[in-house]
Every structure is written in structure tokens, then in C-alpha cells.
Design a protein around this ligand. Structure first.
Ligand SMILES: [Zn+2]
Length: 195
């Protein structure tokens, strides 16, 4: 029996890997119309979540405020717990915003969600032990609630493919951009609980 030289076998494996890479599927395409003024982090969040919605934007801002307040780098030095009525979209989109802005994820098991009536985000810097609580202001709550009251239009498209989201994507993106750029004090309350 003829034995193939090792380098021939390696060459064959390498070439099959290369062709696999050529046909590799790319990332999913989000339902997102990028605006020239959108910062990179907002586009990244839309890529992660699948669209740019108000609840995801609120989660982004809350996570950013909390992480910066406890001076955490994010990803591996944070433990995030969020309480709130976040059972299903669009409310649960808040969780994806939080994942992007804190780096705490389902996979790393450092993001926890507890069902509750009101939203509060608790972030602990696992290095320093410092804890912060971030809550949406009445203004933000009213803004998020107002999204639901918009009547369905002929061009309405649900980002989640469900009927409960009656606003069209452009309208949702507009509100989300507003939330993403509003001054922090108007949309969030940041407090440091005492042990
Ligand atoms: Zn969403």
C-alpha cells in the first residue's frame, strides 16, 4: 500500500479548511437603518440585538451608567442583576442593551434577571466590591410607555415578528436614538446603596 507523505496530508487538510472558510456564512443582517450620526456602539448594539429599539437603548444607557459609576471595565469584572417586568419583547429587549453595555452575558453567567414590577439595575464591580443601582426616571418610563400607544400604520413592521409591537422600525429607531443621546440625569437615577 502506498503511504502518502505527511506534508501531502496536511496540505489536503489545509486546503479543505480554506474552502470551508470561503463558503462561511456571515453575521445575520439586523433590521436597522444606520444613520450617519449613529456612533459605533449604537450600530454594534443593533447588530447584536437585531434592531434599534427604545427598550434596548434604555438598557444600553442603564448599563453604561452603572458600569462607569463603579469604574468597571466590563465583561469579566461585573456582576449584573436586573429586576423588572421584562418577560417578553419589547420590554425584554432591555436585557440585550444591558449585555452590550456591561459585557455581562448569559454565557458568562454574570447577568441575572428577576421578575419585578419596577426596573432597577444593580451592578457590582467584582474587583472593588462597589455596588450601584440605576433606575429609569419617570421621564424615561413615560417615553417607553408612549411607544405602545402609537397606532399601527400601513407600513408597520414588527422587529420581532409579533403583533404586540405596532410601531414601525423608523419610528422605533427615532425614539431609540433619542434615548441613546439624552442627558443621563433626565433618563436615569444613579444611587449607591449602603450595606
Ligand atoms: Zn428589541
Amino acid at each position: 500500500m502506498r503511504v502518502l507523505p505527511v506534508f501531502t496530508i496536511l496540505l489536503s487538510v489545509a486546503s479543505s479548511c480554506y474552502s470551508a472558510e470561503e463558503t462561511m456564512c456571515s453575521l445575520p443582517k439586523p433590521h436597522y437603518h444606520r444613520d450617519a450620526s449613529d456612533p459605533e456602539w449604537l450600530a454594534y448594539a443593533a447588530q447584536f440585538h437585531g434592531h434599534l429599539g427604545p427598550w434596548a437603548a434604555a438598557g444600553l444607557r442603564a448599563g453604561m451608567a452603572a458600569r462607569c459609576a463603579v469604574k468597571a471595565d466590563g465583561y469579566f469584572d461585573v456582576d449584573v442583576t436586573v429586576e423588572g417586568p421584562l418577560v417578553k419583547p419589547p420590554h425584554s429587549c432591555f436585557l440585550d442593551g444591558l449585555q452590550v453595555s456591561t459585557g455581562a452575558t448569559l454565557g458568562k453567567r454574570n447577568l441575572n434577571w428577576l421578575q419585578a414590577e419596577k426596573v432597577v439595575v444593580r451592578v457590582r464591580n467584582t474587583g472593588s466590591g462597589q455596588v450601584v443601582e440605576v433606575r429609569p426616571t419617570d421621564e424615561l418610563i413615560k417615553l417607553l410607555a408612549s411607544v405602545k400607544t402609537r397606532p399601527k400604520t400601513a407600513t408597520a413592521a414588527s422587529a420581532h415578528g409579533r403583533d404586540e409591537d405596532h410601531a414601525d422600525l423608523h419610528f422605533l429607531e427615532g425614539i431609540a436614538r433619542w434615548i441613546a443621546t439624552m442627558p443621563e440625569k433626565r433618563i436615569l437615577t444613579v444611587t449607591f446603596p449602603k450595606d
